[in-house]
Ligand binder design. Structure first.
Ligand code: ZN
Length: 279
C-alpha cells in the first residue's frame, strides 16, 4: 500500500497523455470530415463560377486571349472561343494557275500577293498568321504517287493546315472569272459550319464598298463545290477579290496599289468582326 500514492502520482500524467492523443485523433478526424465535405461540395458544382476560375492556368489564358483581341462578336453562343490567329490561304499555285486574265495575269499570283499583304497587316496588328503557301507551288506531297491527284492532295494539305491551328480564322483568297466580261466586284463566301463565318463574311463584304461603292454582291454560304469551306467547322471565309475576266478590274488587280487596297478592306472587315467592331 505504500506505493499507492506513488502509483497515483504516476497514473495522472499517463491519463493526461491518453487524453491528448485522443484529442489529436478527434481533431484529425474532424479535419478529414471537413475536407471530405469541401471536396464533395466543389465536385457537386454548387459554386456556379467555380469551374471557370478554379484553374489559374485557364484563367490566365482567358485573360491573355481577351487582351490579344477583345472578344465581342458571336455573343449569341455560349463559351465561344475567341479567334486568335489567321490561316492565310492563297488559292492555287504552281501548275494550277487558277483563272487568267486576257492580258495573261494569273489568279495564283494575285492571290499570293494579296495574301502576303494581309499577312503583314495582321502581324502588324499582333495577330499571328500561318500561311498555307508563300511560294508559287501546289501543296501536294512529292513523295507519294500524285499523278492525277495533285489538286486533291493540295486541298487536303490546306485542310490539314487549317485544322492544325487552334482558335483560327481560315481566310482563303481567290479571284473570280466568268465567261461574260461585264461582271465585276468582290464577293465573300462563308463556311456554314460555324456561325461566326457568316458574320466575318458580312463584315468583309461591307468593307468591300470602300473599293467599289456600287458593289451589289452579297455573301453566300459555301456548298460542297467549295471543298475547304465545306469541310471546315471552324470560322472560314473565301474572298473572291474581283473578276479577272473583266478587263478593267483585271488591270486594277494586277497593280500593287489595288492589291494593297483589297488586302486592307479584307483586313479591316476581319478585325471589325473578331475585335468587336470599331466602325
Ligand atoms: Zn480560285
Amino acid at each position: 500500500m505504500t506505493n499507492t500514492p506513488s502509483t497515483d502520482r504516476k497514473s495522472f500524467p499517463r491519463r493526461s497523455a491518453v487524453g491528448v492523443v485522443l484529442l489529436i485523433f478527434l481533431f484529425t478526424a474532424l479535419l478529414c470530415l471537413v475536407s471530405l465535405w469541401l471536396t464533395g461540395f466543389a465536385a457537386g458544382g454548387k459554386t456556379p463560377s467555380g469551374s471557370l476560375f478554379s484553374d489559374p492556368a485557364t484563367a490566365g489564358l482567358l485573360a491573355s486571349a481577351e487582351q490579344a483581341i477583345p472578344s465581342g462578336g458571336g455573343d449569341t453562343q455560349q463559351a465561344v472561343r475567341p479567334i486568335l490567329r489567321v490561316v492565310m490561304d492563297p488559292g492555287h499555285g504552281g501548275e494550277d494557275g487558277g483563272a487568267q486574265s486576257k492580258a495573261g495575269l494569273y489568279e495564283k499570283d494575285v492571290n499570293l500577293s494579296v495574301s502576303l499583304y494581309l499577312r503583314d497587316l495582321f502581324e502588324a496588328a499582333g495577330v499571328p498568321v500561318v500561311m498555307t503557301r508563300t511560294e508559287d507551288i501546289l501543296l501536294y506531297d512529292r513523295s507519294v504517287n500524285y499523278q492525277g491527284r495533285k489538286k486533291v492532295l493540295d486541298l487536303a494539305a490546306r485542310l490539314t493546315v487549317a485544322r492544325s491551328v487552334p482558335d483560327s480564322l481560315f481566310l482563303s483568297i481567290h479571284m473570280n472569272a466568268f465567261p461574260q466580261t461585264q461582271y465585276s466586284g468582290m464577293q465573300v463566301w462563308y463556311a456554314p459550319g460555324d456561325p461566326r463565318s457568316q458574320e466575318l463574311a458580312a463584315a468583309v463584304q461591307t468593307r468591300g464598298l470602300w473599293l467599289d461603292s456600287n458593289n451589289k454582291r452579297r455573301i453566300k454560304a459555301a456548298g460542297d463545290n467549295i471543298y475547304l469551306l465545306h469541310n471546315l467547322d471552324t470560322p472560314a471565309i473565301l474572298v473572291e477579290g474581283g473578276f479577272l475576266s473583266n478587263p478593267e478590274e483585271a488591270e486594277k488587280l494586277g497593280t500593287e496599289a489595288y492589291q494593297k487596297s483589297l488586302a486592307f478592306v479584307i483586313f479591316t472587315g476581319v478585325m471589325e468582326s473578331i475585335g468587336g467592331g470599331t466602325a
